[in-house]
Design a protein around this ligand. Sequence first.
Ligand code: HEC
Length: 180
Amino acid sequence: MRFKSVIAGALMVPTAALAWPWSTDMMNQPSIKPQEGTMIPFPERSIPTTGIPTKVASRDEAKEMVNPVAVSPESLKKGQGLFVIYCAACHGLTGAADSPVSSKIGAISLTDSYVQENLSEGWLWGTITFGSYVMPAYGVPQGKRGSNDLSVEERWHVVNYIKNGLVKDHAAAASSVVAK
Ligand code: HEC
């Protein structure tokens, strides 16, 4: 009995001081620890884990936003898919304002130089996010008119498609109609 309590007591002394010889073994490795060494700059176009900044309250504020999503075949494909679902009904399948309702509601052609050259990518993103005069919003719920159906990133894919795929697709569609 006495012997046992001596052993138990001996074992408890270092525990209380957190001083087992092997307590810190795992810390001592060659890896770089937080705040050690030189910080490597973030790779280009990296996005904070908190997401792409969207703290803009209006289309005007979005005008200067820099598109964080690089143009790539994947992005254009996603953008095109979303365009057909969300935009084509009013703006036409290839954006040339040739859907049955385009002229009735005054939806403009997105292949014209007004959109292609004059409007910034940020403005396009802002238009999709907040809507325009007649056009509904797709990034913010807005009474009965708007929705937040498209995520921040999806809206940039649509922007990429408008600026980098729409005109080509429209020309291809137009020439295939002529060929028929
Ligand atoms: C319900 C019909 C409708 C849908 C759906 C729609 N739009 Fe529009 N859009 C319009 C109309 C009408 C205008 C012109 C009047 C205005 O600015 O509201 C317009 C204008 C625009 C403009 C020009 C903005 C400016 O500054 O002059 C852009 C860009 C645009 N739409 C992009 C899109 C994209 C991208 C989508 C899909 C995410 C989309 N629209 C879906 C009706 C629509």
